[in-house]
Design a binder for this molecule. Structure first.
Ligand code: IMP
Ligand code: MG
Length: 170
């Protein structure tokens, strides 16, 4: 296990991004949406750095494919618990890999006409993209490596690591 991004570096980027966001959405009804389970730690740390009123909601999706790559068939397993049409929605995602999950989630949420919609992805692996999806903001762009920790798993393990690491051997 090799550390790719340490705790302090993650915390500093989140602080910077959340401070900028707090200025951008000042006075607006703001709802953070994260896609379980991978983004739960990112969501928890991110919103604690936001200093304007905001709300949080979760959704869970599943996509059938092998354990390290999503398929195009993304289904909602847990939906957001409210009408988003009165909110500026910010999706917080752990990683944009092929882009299939976010392309689908963004499509589904846009159909519900939020006041605005943007995607902030903790990590971005642009080298793996199979479509033209680009997050509005990515805190770190990484090479095509399978990473774990800080919410990200390999076969449900390693979500508890406080840093992002590259899985070298299982
Ligand atoms: P996408 O649909 O291929 O963009 O991938 C979306 C999901 O695949 C992410 O939300 C992660 O849960 C998972 N994923 C993609 N790459 C990695 C990785 O390097 N480590 C752990 N999970 C990953
Ligand atoms: Mg996962």
């Amino acid at each position: 296990m090799e550390i790719l991004i340490d705790e302090r570096t993650i915390a500093a980027q989140i602080k910077r991004s959340a401070a900028a966001l707090s200025e951008r959405y000042s006075g607006a009804p703001l709802l953070f949406v994260s896609v379980l389970k991978g983004a739960f730690i990112f969501m928890a740390d991110y919103i604690r750095n936001v200093d304007i009123p905001c709300e949080a909601a979760f959704m869970a999706v599943s996509s059938y494919g092998d354990s390290t790559e999503s398929s195009g068939d993304v289904k909602i397993r847990l939906d957001i618990d409210r009408d988003i049409s009165q909110y500026h929605v910010v999706i917080l995602e752990d990683i944009t890999d092929t882009g299939r999950t976010l392309a689908k989630v963004v499509d589904m949420l846009r159909d519900r006409h939020p006041l605005s919609l943007e995607v902030i992805s903790l990590l971005d692996k642009p080298g793996r993209r199979v479509n033209d999806f680009v997050p509005d903001e990515a805190l770190f762009t990484i090479p095509d490596l399978f990473v774990v920790g800080y919410g990200l798993d390999y076969a449900e393990k390693f979500r508890n690591l406080p840093y992002i690491a590259v899985l070298t051997a299982q």
